[in-house]
Design a protein around this ligand. Structure first.
Ligand SMILES: *Cc1c(COP(=O)(O)O)cnc(C)c1O
Length: 392
C-alpha cells in the first residue's frame, strides 16, 4: 500500500481491525461497511437488520444502543430511530396503510396526535380516538380489523394513566391489532409495558434515555418478528438513528437507573409541596394520592412515577406566562428528563402542531405548566416555583 499515490493512500488508511478491548465502546461512525468477498457482500445486502452493511439498514453502535434498550424493556429486539417521532411514525406506516384502522388515546404526545389527525388520513388510515381511562369508549372504538392501538401512559402533559394490562387484553380479545405504548415519561426503570401484554414500546430517547439534552433519538422495542416487520418499512422511510447519537444515548442509558431514581424522588416531594400551595389549582402527578388513577399507577409503575408533572394556576394563559417568565432556576424549554429542570406552557407550545379546535378537544387547560424536574436540590426547585408564583 505504501507505494500508492497520496490520493489512494488517503482513501485506504485505517481499515485495520484493533485488538484493543475498550470499556466504553468505540463509535462506528461509518455510513457503510466493506466485505472481504463478493458472496459475503451479497449475504450482508440481503439479510434484514444487518448491523454492518449500510448504516440506514443497521450499524454496530446503533445495535449496541438497541440491545441496551431491549434489555431494559425485557424485549427480544429494538430498533433505533432519528427521533421519537420517526419511531412512532415508522410504526404507524409499517403496521397500517390504506384502509388500516388505528385506535388512539385523545391524550397523546402532540406530535403523535397531530400525525394521527392530520397526516394519517391522507394515506387512507382511519383513526378512532378514545378518552384515556374510558374503557367503554375504547371498546366502541376497537374493531375486529383494527391494526394498531396507540397508548401513552403516563400521558403528556396531563399525566393521565392508562390501564395498560386491561387495554392490551381488551384489544387481543377482539382483534389482531399491535398494541403500541409510548413509555417515554415512565422510562423502563419505572414501567415495563411488555410484561403487561403490550407488543411494542416506544421511547423518545431525546428525553430520559439520553438524559443530557444533547441528542435527538427514538427507539421501538418488541418481539424479533415485529421489529423485523417494522424495519422492512422503516429502513425505506429512512429515519435512521445516527451512530454518534446512538453512542451518546448508550452513554446515557448507563446512568438511567440512578438518574430516574433521583427524578422520582424529587418529583414526588415537589408535587406534594406544590399541591398545598394556595395559588396552584391542581397538580397532576401519578405519585400523588389525589391523582384519580393513583392506585392503578402504583400497581403498574415501580419504584416511582417519573420526573414529569404539570400544575395549573388560576388566571389561565396570562397567569401561566407570568409564572414561566419569573422562573430563575428552571429553564423555559421544551423537553424533560434532563439534568436541569425544564418548564413549558403546553397551550402555547402545541399551537403549532394542532388546530385550536383539536386543542379544545383534548381539553388542555390554558393555565397549565408542564414541569420536568432536573437534578437540582429539591428545595431549590420548589423555592424557584414558589417565588415565581408570588408574582401572580
Ligand atoms: C418528546 C416526546 C415524543 C417525541 O420525541 P422526539 O424525539 O421529539 O421526536 C414522543 N412522546 C413523548 C411522550 C415525548 O415526550
Amino acid at each position: 500500500m505504501n507505494d500508492f499515490d497520496p490520493y489512494t493512500l488517503a482513501a485506504h488508511f485505517g481499515g485495520a481491525e484493533s485488538t484493543a478491548r475498550p470499556i466504553a465502546p468505540p463509535i462506528y461512525q461509518s455510513s457503510t461497511f466493506w466485505s472481504p468477498d463478493a458472496d459475503e457482500f451479497f449475504a450482508m445486502a440481503t439479510q434484514p437488520r444487518h448491523a454492518g452493511f449500510y448504516t440506514r439498514y443497521g450499524n454496530p453502535t446503533v445495535r449496541q444502543f438497541e440491545e441496551a434498550v431491549a434489555g431494559l424493556e425485557g424485549a427480544e429486539a429494538a430498533l433505533g430511530f432519528a427521533s421519537g417521532m420517526a419511531a412512532t411514525t415508522a410504526a404507524i406506516m409499517s403496521l397500517t396503510g390504506q384502509g388500516g384502522h388505528v385506535v388512539g388515546q385523545t391524550a397523546l404526545y402532540a406530535g403523535v396526535n397531530g400525525f394521527l389527525r392530520n397526516i394519517a388520513p391522507r394515506f387512507g388510515i382511519e383513526v378512532a380516538f378514545f378518552a384515556q381511562g374510558d374503557l367503554d369508549a375504547f371498546a366502541r372504538a376497537l374493531k375486529p380489523q383494527t391494526r394498531l392501538v396507540v397508548l401513552e401512559s403516563p400521558s403528556n402533559p396531563l399525566l393521565g394513566v392508562s390501564d395498560i394490562a386491561r387495554l392490551a387484553a381488551q384489544t387481543k380479545a377482539v382483534s389482531q391489532a399491535v398494541v403500541l405504548i409510548d413509555n417515554t415519561i415512565a422510562t423502563p426503570i419505572n414501567q415495563r409495558p411488555l410484561s403487561l401484554g403490550v407488543d411494542l414500546v416506544m421511547h423518545s430517547a431525546t428525553k430520559s434515555l439520553g438524559g443530557h439534552a444533547d441528542l435527538v433519538g427514538g427507539v421501538l422495542a418488541g418481539s424479533e418478528a415485529l421489529i423485523e416487520t417494522i424495519w422492512q418499512t422503516a429502513h425505506l422511510l429512512g429515519g435512521t438513528l445516527d451512530p454518534f447519537a446512538a453512542w451518546l444515548a448508550l452513554r446515557g442509558v448507563r446512568t438511567l437507573a440512578m438518574r430516574v431514581e433521583r427524578h422520582n424522588r424529587t418529583a414526588q416531594v415537589l408535587a406534594e409541596r406544590l399541591e398545598r400551595h394556595p395559588k396552584i389549582a391542581a397538580v397532576h402527578y401519578p405519585g400523588l394520592r389525589s391523582h384519580p388513577q393513583h392506585a392503578l399507577a402504583a400497581a403498574q409503575m415501580s419504584p416511582g412515577f417519573g420526573g414529569l408533572m404539570s400544575f395549573e394556576v388560576d388566571g389561565g394563559l396570562a397567569a401561566a406566562q407570568t409564572v414561566l417568565a419569573n422562573l430563575r432556576v428552571a429553564h423555559r424549554s421544551a423537553s424533560f428528563g434532563s439534568f436541569s429542570s425544564l418548564a413549558v406552557h403546553p397551550a402555547a407550545m402545541w399551537a403549532g402542531t394542532m388546530t385550536e379546535s383539536q386543542m379544545r378537544e383534548i381539553a388542555l387547560p390554558p393555565g397549565l405548566i408542564r414541569f420536568g424536574v432536573g437534578f437540582e436540590d429539591p428545595d431549590v426547585i420548589a423555592g424557584d416555583i414558589e417565588q415565581a408564583l408570588a408574582a401572580l
